[in-house]
Design a protein around this ligand. Structure first.
Ligand SMILES: NC(=O)c1ccc[n+]([C@@H]2O[C@H](COP(=O)([O-])OP(=O)(O)OC[C@H]3O[C@@H](n4cnc5c(N)ncnc54)[C@H](OP(=O)(O)O)[C@@H]3O)[C@@H](O)[C@H]2O)c1
Length: 344
């Protein structure tokens, strides 16, 4: 059994990692860290895990993560860049669920995250953890930067169209909606039920940190500059992200977009291109690792509209991180990720 550590085990993505890994036949979680809950049993804080783990949370400084084969950082931005290098130097492999290693441009990273990078030498070596694009590189990576949640839903929604001369790459609009768990477990007024329930609001409309991350990937794949307007919304649900992406046409598609999508994603275990005319729902992916999507051309006009849904904690975070771990450790890619969504 490979030994796995989780830094930040009390957070929503940390406990989701434990849920997914509890039944993984080839790995064992040997440490979950928490500063605030050190000494407490994991299944005391999360009774959903009773019967599946005997672990107690340990303080980060007291956990010997260097004996692990792979460590997940499920921590706020700015932690992995300080703590991961010591593990990496000892040969431990790392998957960071935060944004520390996602942007290759360090100046851009500092502008968006408001700090200077503590381990720039590892930014260059990090592989961006979107298996649909970088599967082979992920297999050999020592450090994987797991993508953001809005980013995963939006990037997968448009990948097949990138580089097509009949798409206006300068006028792409992504309108995304996220459930409250996307903000993590820390108390915040805007995610209180009395504030977020029965209400929908935009946030960071002037510019969100996921904007440069989406643009970075699309620019590489399309081999041209990207003009993206990205506006996220908080909606009254716990899990889920829906991204509606609008892509103007500047010519007739060379292939029926539906067929193009089906062909592009034909071999992908975690992308489901739904039949023409479908409207994906977040509840159809609740708790599983799928990205479901549908492509429309409203009224046969000059705009393509793609709707894509994921569970922010699964394909948007912990599930994708486990998918990356499977590739890194040589396990079948879908191991521990083949559950059916909860419905209703
Ligand atoms: N939630 C999502 O849907 C989602 C999706 C994609 C990516 N992400 C990213 O994944 C990361 C974790 O997100 P989350 O939602 O799980 O956050 P969270 O619920 O706020 O949990 C954060 C965890 O990090 C620990 N932590 C905080 N400061 C720390 C420090 N200085 N050193 C060590 N541990 C520390 C916390 O426990 P203690 O305070 O007890 O140590 C807690 O266990 C974030 O970077 C987030 O942006 C989240």
């Amino acid at each position: 059994m490979k030994k796995i550590g989780i830094v930040g085990g009390t957070g929503y993505t940390g406990v989701e990692l434990m849920r997914l890994l509890a039944h993984h036949p080839e790995v064992e979680v040997v440490a979950m860290t928490s500063r605030g809950e050190a000494g407490r049993r994991v299944d005391d804080l999360y009774p959903s895990l009773r019967g599946h783990t005997d672990l107690q949370f340990t303080a980060p400084g007291e956990s010997d993560l260097s004996t692990c084969d792979l460590v997940f950082f499920a921590t706020p931005n700015g932690i992995a860049m300080q703590e991961a290098p010591a593990l990496l130097q000892q040969g431990v492999r790392v998957v960071d669920l935060a944004a520390d290693y996602r942007l290759k441009d360090l100046g851009l990273w500092s502008r968006w995250y408001g700090m200077s990078h503590a381990s720039p030498e590892w930014v260059e070596r990090a592989v961006y953890g979107l298996p649909e694009l970088y599967r082979d590189e992920i297999r050999d990576a020592q450090l994987v930067a797991n993508p953001g949640c809005h980013v995963t839903a939006t990037t997968l929604a448009v990948l097949p169209l990138m580089g097509m001369d009949w798409i206006n790459h300068g006028q792409i609009v992504a309108d995304t909606k996220s459930g409250a768990s996307g903000a993590g477990r820390s108390a915040a007024v805007h995610t209180l039920m009395a504030e977020a329930g029965e209400s929908v609001r935009t946030y960071a409309a002037a510019g969100h940190r996921h904007h440069p991350e989406i643009s970075q990937t699309l620019r590489v794949i399309a081999e041209r500059e990207i003009g993206l307007t990205f506006v996220p919304h908080l909606v009254p649900m716990v899990r889920g992200i829906e991204s509606t992406v609008y892509l103007p046409l500047v010519g007739e598609p060379s292939e029926l977009p539906q067929r193009l999508y089906e062909r592009y994603y034909a071999e992908e275990p975690f992308v489901d291109v739904m039949p023409a005319g479908s409207h994906p729902e977040t509840r159809s992916v609740r708790g599983n690792n799928l990205c479901r999507m549908a492509i429309h051309r409203p009224l046969g006009g000059s705009m393509l509209v793609v709707s894509s849904v994921i569970d922010n904690l699964v394909k948007g975070a912990a599930g994708q991180a486990v998918q990356n771990m499977n590739l890194m450790l040589g396990c079948p890619e879908a191991t521990a990720l083949e559950m059916i969504a909860l419905s209703p």
